[in-house]
Design a protein around this ligand. Structure first.
Ligand SMILES: NC(=O)c1ccc[n+]([C@@H]2O[C@H](COP(=O)([O-])OP(=O)(O)OC[C@H]3O[C@@H](n4cnc5c(N)ncnc54)[C@H](OP(=O)(O)O)[C@@H]3O)[C@@H](O)[C@H]2O)c1
Length: 216
């Protein structure tokens, strides 16, 4: 099984993905600007199954075979730039969304290239960028007893990378991967996260995305 590194993996989004990946048997390294902090947070995660979560620096997380970026959009490109050498030719999964709060609503921000994922692909032309996990509520991801049963919509720079990520996602408890298409679709996927969060704020809920009419 591939090793998976998560850049900015100490936040709620990265922790939830790490826990469920490890519960599917993956060796996961959550990365941080501060390896001590990552070590401390990793030691508190309790995956079920044979996988493990380690805490490391972002540089060491970038050395894994598959890498996930889980930082706020505002710091994504500056986090990735110094790691370009490590990330060349690797699958780089972006779960990054760009948004800002306006009153009780989250509003999407559209980066110039159309999406965070396309900005990342432009910065790292040798990485194989795939988007995933954008809509998942971190609290339920981190609670293995939450009953989460969510679809994860994927967009990819190429079909082979997207299929590899789909296999990884569908192995994770409570998740089903759905391959959507190219990175040209990523902007709408990322922006829809603002709708999901706004629905949850308005309804005091923790809903997630599930598409009907597909056979899993
Ligand atoms: N939260 C969710 O439910 C959820 C669900 C799906 C997708 N997402 C997306 O996933 C990403 C992360 O979400 P999150 O809620 O986990 O965010 P977060 O807690 O604000 O940040 C995640 C990690 O990024 C690192 N970071 C923060 N500011 C940074 C900076 N200026 N420079 C470099 N690293 C920095 C921090 O790690 P260190 O301090 O340890 O370096 C932090 O723990 C976002 O793009 C979000 O839209 C979130």
């Amino acid at each position: 099984m591939a090793t998976v590194g998560i850049l900015g993996g100490t936040g709620p989004a990265g922790r939830g993905v790490a826990l469920r990946l490890a519960s599917a048997g993956y060796e996961v390294a959550i990365g941080s600007r501060d390896a001590e902090r990552a070590y401390e947070i990793a030691s508190r995660l309790e995956p079920r199954g044979t996988g493990k979560v380690h805490g490391v620096s972002n540089l060491d997380a970038a050395k894994c075979e598959i890498v996930i970026i889980a930082t706020p959009w505002e710091s994504t490109l500056e986090t990735l730039q110094p790691l370009a050498g490590e990330l060349a030719d690797k699958i780089l999964v972006s779960m990054v969304n760009a948004m800002q709060k306006e009153g009780r609503e989250m509003r999407p921000i559209f980066p110039a290239a159309g999406s965070c994922a396309q900005e990342i692909a432009a910065l790292l032309p040798n990485a194989r960028v795939v988007t995933a996990f954008n809509h998942l509520p971190a609290g339920q991801m981190e609670d293995l007893d939450s009953g989460l049963d969510a679809d994860v919509i994927l967009c990819g720079a190429d079909n082979e990378s997207m299929a590899e990520v789909a296999e990884m996602v569908s192995a994770m408890p409570g998740l089903h991967a759905i391959e959507a298409g190219s990175l040209a679709l990523a902007g709408t996927i990322e922006a829809f996260t603002s709708v999901c969060i706004s629905v949850n704020i308005r309804n005091k809920a923790h809903s997630y995305v599930k598409l009907e009419g597909l056979s899993h």
